[in-house]
Design a protein around this ligand. Sequence first.
Ligand code: TNX
Length: 495
Amino acid sequence: MPPAPPHALVPIPAAVRLAPPDSFVLDTTTTVVVDAGAGAEAERIGQYLLQLIGRPARPELGRAAAGAAPAGSIALRLDPGATSLGLEGYELTVARDRVTLVANQPNGLFYGVQTLRQLFPWTVEHPAAFNRGLKLPAVRVTDGPRFAWRGAMLDVSRHFLPAGDVKRFVDLMALYKLNRLHLHLGDDQGWRIEIRSWPDLARVGGSTQVGGGPGGYYTQAEYADIVAYAASRFITVVPEIDMPAHINAAQVAYPELNCLPRTPTLYTGTEVGFSALCVSRDTVYRFVDDVVREISAITPGPWFHIGGDEVQKLTHEEYIRFVERAQGIVRSHGKQMIGWGEIAQAALEQGSIVQSWIPDSSRVHAARGGKIILSPAKRVYVDMKYDSTTVLGLRWAALIDVRDAYAWEPATYVAGVPESAILGVEAPLWSETVVKREDYDYMAFPRLAAVAELGWSPAAMRAWDDFRVRLGAQGPRLQALGVNFYRSPQVPWRR
Ligand code: TNX
């Protein structure tokens, strides 16, 4: 077992300067103080911090004139002058007599709070722990992300995941400074969101799942609640309805969406590629328009993901025409289109985004000035097995242990897609074999923490030998949070 690391921050900040042996001690006299006039968001983040560390500290939020927080306080400050910190950056100073967190925007304050949280011992995560006298090491952290897009995807179609479990996943994403939650809401096996103008999509299309369970769907109110909850953790929800293939569940509800020589029936297997929209029919575009319109209306984020992958039953021309038409529909509802790598072959607008998962034409989109999200299946498909003995998961792309998920470089991974074209990284969790919350935990953690560091930390700060030790120190924290994570033998887990 290597010695305990000087700090266990994941993702590692852009700059950390520890100043031993000083420390700040959290006790009953500690107050969390927000600058008077910093605004509702800053106050909400102050309350969130109080909830995290709340029991030992004074329960009520304090307020002070800008920069005049009293000794013994943890002060949160929004500095309009600190523009160099950007949207998501922050500066955190822990000294013996006070903690000062400064950001330019609330997002940065929130991430600074996550860093503070990880500087406390893991017991801070456990509601039953007696946390008086918790120590923070004296340190100065100056931080901000490498990439704007740091995502995870939940496939709630193959198996339905109840809203409460999605929100818990959101909380775990926040711990690692992830900021995009992509929800795969429609596939062959299940349609998971209420569409009022086509009510049978959810009622019929959402009535089962892989293996034949009861399925389920989110009402628009439940979806909006997930979106708002994620936003409170500075995570933007990206809705996906996979089209023109992966659409069987919708076709069972509305057979007119199909013109292949087959009668759609509810599907509970795991084959891909057998379904396709009847792309020559007007009804199909009315369907696309209604679905994009209704979901866009309850999605404050700027993106709509149309899927676009694994289309086997259309000609190339049919596929391209469909993607280009969908792009116009998405734009008409005020959103930017995202699609899986295959869509890069179409005449995409510069503002459309390509999510690369296998070797594809992403470079074509990068060459026209478009942006790419990297989700290379061999590295960050967290539905892949860790090793040959993993019970859950698939293995078509690779076996992916923690090191495989961590030790690759986004800027050089795809030929023709330089750093300037990369929006960021995203780890999809497909759910063919993933049934319940514990399964999601097991596949996502700790690999999602590795992807979070890829997305956040400067390349020069990243090293596997260092990461694995910091990650090992996250073990007790994840355990205190009740996360059923995989104890990879590559990681020196601490107790
Ligand atoms: C490929 S990735 C798919 C999904 C499967 C996944 C399983 C992608 C765009 N399509 O339909 O769930 O593999 O790993």
